[in-house]
Design a protein around this ligand. Sequence first.
Ligand code: ATP
Length: 273
Amino acid sequence: MTETDNIIEIRGLKTAFGSTIIHDNLDMDVRRGEIVGVVGGSGTGKSVLMKNIIGLLTPQEGSIRINGDVQSQLTSAQSFKSRRDWGVLFQDGALFSSLTVGQNVQVPLREHFSMRQGLLDDITTVKIRLAGLPLDAAMKLPSELSGGMRKRAALARALALDPDVLFLDEPTAGLDPIGAAAFDDLIRELTETLGLTVFLITHDLDTLYRVCDRIAVLGEKRILINAPLDEVINYDHPWIREYFKGPRARAAGISMKERSQKELTPQMTAGEG
Ligand SMILES: Nc1ncnc2c1ncn2[C@@H]1O[C@H](COP(=O)(O)OP(=O)(O)OP(=O)(O)O)[C@@H](O)[C@H]1O
């Protein structure tokens, strides 16, 4: 593994709010092209970590390198340009409620480029379709969409600038299991098709089993382990044991096993039925 295989490198990160330390000497690598699932107990600082990476918060210490650039060393013009490298889907979608879905998708495009309306509309159409929405969704306000469709609209906006990295904060929270599974599959498909890297904060065990290449566990103010699922499951730490070996985890693991067996032997399964 060479340095350039890491699209994100975090070293010695310290984040504090007043006297409350959230991260202390935290290191983390995200490899190019992978989906890394970020898990950890509530309040361990997953969203704060994401906000540090995308520059919404400034850490007290440490460095964050994206695509080789140390973020704190960029000029404001370089920093503005580097924001094209990533797209973000916030926990609540964070769509502008008074703008249509199409106009929401166009916000980052207008911010970064000057282009004629026809081209803006064409790009918007592509992004909306990529996110799995019907075209007429472009004309609707976020309040006219279901929760699942709003997530997809936020995803379309996150994809607007053809990012290298997609940050997803709890993308399946609030979706029913079928909607969540469909969203998981969309993330996996987009990652493979567009060559994206995904930083995915989740509590959803099904998502971890279905889509993540590696899992980073946040605890004790640092990354406890950042490894493939099999390795993480067997890591000896009380929170990790509880999380990955509790009853909900077993259910998610079993359903994934059944699913992959069906995918491997479709004829046999059909014949048996
Ligand atoms: N702007 C802020 N000012 C002060 N404290 C903050 C701020 N943002 C976050 N915090 C605190 O930092 C801690 C970590 O918050 P964060 O939202 O990152 O947790 P999380 O791991 O994402 O939690 P959850 O899984 O519940 O969403 C929490 O105690 C939170 O209250």
